[in-house]
Ligand binder design. Structure first.
Ligand SMILES: [Zn+2]
Length: 172
């Protein structure tokens, strides 16, 4: 789920009319609720879209402020934020909004491919390194690094030396 990128663009009509843009969209003459916004921004739902335009006459100015705060918020799950605003309790992060995706990326910065690349870069600046030395270079679970090293060995990108160290197999 976290791999799905979900955009959420909210435009609020102000002095300048945006009817030109609004004409291309689907009009929803609805009350602005958390469920409605969440539904629009969730893929594979009937109303899904990447953007909404909110017409001034549908909301009071304090609501506009709230929506602006919602858009500027970068640290709280969008779904939680909306539910809290509308007075509903929800402590579970949705895992699919842009905020959740960013948080997940930070806590899991490496895919196998990225890690492989980083290990190869590390090895290229040394003659050879033991697996322990490689593990100490990354702030990651050793099992993740060992499985990536195994992949690199299997694909003949690196090899084990007679001193039981790892080195890059050069193409020359
Ligand atoms: Zn979220």
């Amino acid at each position: 789920m976290a791999k799905r990128r979900i955009g959420a663009l909210i435009t609020i009509e102000q002095e300048t009319g945006i009817d030109d843009y609004a004409e291309t969209g689907t009009p929803i003459d609805g009350v602005l609720t958390s469920q409605l916004l969440t539904n629009i921004f969730t893929p594979n739902t009937p109303l899904h879209d990447g953007a909404v335009i909110i017409k001034q006459n549908k909301i009071k100015s304090e609501k506009i402020d709230a929506v602006v705060k919602y858009v500027r918020n970068k640290s709280i799950c969008r779904s939680c934020y909306l539910l809290a605003y509308f007075g509903e309790k929800n402590n579970k992060n949705c895992g699919i909004c842009d905020v959740c995706i960013k948080v997940n990326k930070k806590s899991r910065p490496y895919g196998h491919e990225q890690l492989s690349q980083n290990i190869l870069t590390l090895l290229s600046s040394h003659d050879s390194l033991s697996s322990k030395e490689i593990i100490s270079h990354f702030n990651l679970d050793s099992s993740v690094i060992l499985s990536t090293l195994q992949l690199l060995l299997d694909s003949n990108k690196i090899t084990i030396t007679s001193q039981n160290k790892l080195e890059i197999i050069s193409n020359e």
